[in-house]
Design a binder for this molecule. Structure first.
Ligand code: PMP
Length: 432
């Protein structure tokens, strides 16, 4: 049994000065019960909390730590950059190299603009799509999360679902009216929206593999069907690859599924853990961005030299070592096979969705293909399971509506440790 008195005390203190005690809602353990752990350090597959507890890591900073924590290649690049100052507010060679690297890796990106978070990337991309098309509305999918920009907090996933506020107060009805929503994987619903709003839709934005309602896989033909609708109607197709970019393949989900969007948003991974995002796409569209064009978007710290150094090191490593993806695939497949065997043995109703190194367990016997079916999962059971895993030193995202992210630091031995913990935690959660 892991005790965490120091974390508990810090969490109590934090409530006085930080809303809810955390700087991002997904970090709280609201949906699963208990208090969050306050971390001190992490290395490879392990994270260490204030009480000296060690956890095997399956969140990996919500995705970016593909190589595990503090990999030498990224750390050394950061250390080398630090003495040259932390920010210039003027252009640097690294930004040019970073843009060239991203363009060389992501099929749908001809030009790219760096920002500081995924939220900024998606907000900016939709603004540019609106400026480019001269239209106001856009379509998003129920249960997809695109950061906390006002217009995205409509049927939003991730922490917004976890806390039961998919439509956030504070978003005006005027803004909300321009966000149209459809169920994920439902091309007919998209076509109906497009027909009912002829010539008014600027963009369709989606996670090409959804990770923010738990992991939901695009059905055969879904992404291509959206591509076809967008081509026919002059709509900008935006893939939000903040989680999937460089994780599912070096060119992201768009490379994996062979469907090229007009614009792509990127985040966290391209900073190797530093606060970075980016949006890019066809040159014709990106030339609308200031100062090349009229759509304004700016950032004092955008293209920050330390963040660029970390990101360049991470992306170059992924580009030059394609075997990383085979390893991630093998580890994740091993974990899922082990869990399937466990759950069959224990008679648990489950669905596991997986693409490469991202997967989710849903405690339901229904296929999970959209937000409605994701909600059939037994979230109370998930809460018990989460805590039983934590007790065994396995750190998962504290919500049903998130995915696990596997890093290359997870050896076969650690995967087997996870599978064993999964068996015991299920027994404990189900009281069998
Ligand atoms: N888009 C997607 C698909 C995301 O998963 C997230 C965050 N997890 C965001 C956008 C927002 O990114 P950030 O938290 O860096 O603002």
């Amino acid at each position: 049994m892991i005790q965490a008195p120091v974390s508990n005390e810090l969490f109590e203190r934090a409530q006085h000065t930080i809303p809810g005690g955390v700087n991002s809602p997904v970090r709280a353990f609201r949906a699963v019960g208990g208090n969050p752990r306050f971390m001190v350090s992490a290395k490879g597959p392990y994270m260490f909390d204030e009480d000296g507890n060690q956890y095997v890591e399956f969140i990996n900073s919500w995705g970016p730590m593909i190589l595990g924590h503090a990999p030498a290649v990224v750390q050394e690049a950061v250390m080398a950059a630090v003495p040259n100052s932390l920010s210039f507010g003027a252009p640097t060679r690294k930004e040019v190299e970073m843009a060239e690297l991203i363009v060389s890796m992501v099929p749908g990106i001809e030009k790219v603009r760096m920002v500081n978070s995924g939220t900024e990337a998606t907000m900016s991309a939709v603004r540019v799509a609106r400026g480019y098309t001269g239209r106001s509305k856009f379509i998003k999918f129920e249960g997809c999360y695109h950061g906390h920009g006002d217009s995205f907090l409509i049927s939003a996933g991730s922490g917004a679902i976890t806390l039961g506020v998919p439509d956030s107060p504070g978003v005006t009805t005027g803004v909300a009216a321009d966000t149209l929503t459809a169920p994920y994987n439902d091309l007919n619903a998209v076509q109906t929206l497009v027909d009912a709003n002829k010539g008014e839709i600027a963009a369709i934005i989606l996670e090409p593999v959804a990770g923010n309602m738990g992991l939901v896989v695009p059905e055969q033909g879904f992404l291509q069907g959206l591509r076809d609708i967008c081509d026919k109607e002059g709509i900008v197709l935006i893939f939000d690859e903040v989680m999937t970019g460089f994780r599912l393949a070096s060119g992201g989900a768009q490379q994996l599924y062979g469907v090229t969007p007009d614009m792509t948003t990127l985040g966290k991974i391209i900073g190797g853990g530093m606060p970075v995002g980016a949006y890019g796409g066809k040159a014709e569209i990106m030339n609308y961005v200031a100062p090349a064009g009229p759509v304004y978007q700016a950032g004092t710290l955008s293209g920050n030299p330390i963040a660029m150094s970390a990101g360049m090191a991470m992306l170059s490593h992924l580009k030059n070592n394609p075997e990383v993806y085979a390893q991630l695939e093998q580890t994740a497949a091993r974990m899922v096979a082990g869990m399937e065997a466990n759950m069959q043995k224990l008679g648990v109703k489950f669905t596991i969705n997986r693409v490469g190194s991202m997967f989710s367990i849903f405690f339901t016997d229904k296929p999970v293909t959209d937000f409605e079916s994701a909600k059939t999962s037994d979230t109370a059971l998930f809460g018990k399971y989460f805590n039983a895993m934590l007790k065994r030193g396995i750190y998962l995202a504290p919500s049903q509506y998130e995915a696990l992210f596997i890093s290359t630091a997870i050896t076969d031995e650690l995967a087997d440790q996870y599978i064993q913990a999964n068996f015991e935690a299920l027994q404990e959660a189900l009281e069998i």
